[in-house]
Design a protein around this ligand. Sequence first.
Ligand code: GRF
Length: 195
Amino acid sequence: MRIAIVVGTRGRGSNMAAIVDAWKGGNIPADEVTVVAPSAESPAAQLAREKGVSVRVLDPQTELLRFVEDERIDLICLAGYMKKLPADVVSALRCRIINIHPALLPKHGGQGMYGMRVHESVLSSGDRESGCTVHFVTEEYDEGDPLLQLRCEVRGDDTPETLAARVLELEHQAYPEAIRIWIQRYGQPGRNASL
Ligand code: GRF
C-alpha cells in the first residue's frame, strides 16, 4: 500500500501532518507515504521534510498521473490542494483520489467554498452542527461520494475562527480514519479500486 499526500502551495499542512503521524505511529497500514508538493518552499513541504517524510516536488496538474504510475501509488489524498485536477487524471484514477472538506457536504461546498468562507456560510445558515467530510474526488468540486463524516456542534457564540478550529481537530481524526476505511475496502489484494 503506497500513499501520496498532495499538499497545496499555501496550506499549513496540518492534515498532511496528521496522516504522517498516524502512519508513523502504526495507525495506517501503508508501506510508504510520500508528500507531493507543487512548491518546495511551501509551508506544508517544509513541515513534511521536518517530519522526515519524502517530498516530491511536481505540478499535480501535469505530472501527477505519471508519478502515480511510476511509483505504483495506490491512494492519493488531497490535503490543502485547492485546484481542480484535470478530468483525464480524475478519470484515470477513479476512486483512488480522496479529499477533505471542512463542512458536512453536500452543504457548504462547491467552487469558491474554501477556508473561512465555509465556516461563514455555516454560521449564516443557522445550522446547529458542522463537521468535516472525506470524499472521493470527481470532476466537480466537492461532489464525490463521502467516505466518512465527523460532526461537531455549532455554538451560539461561535465565530468563523472558533468553528474552524473545532472542525480542524475533527479533520485530523477523520483523515487517518478515512484512509483506514479506504484501505480496508479497496486496498486488499485482489480488489481493484478503479472498479
Ligand atoms: C483544510 O481545512 C481542509 O479541509 C481543506 O483545506 C484545509 C487544509 O488545511 N481542504 P491544512 O493545510 O491541512 O492545515
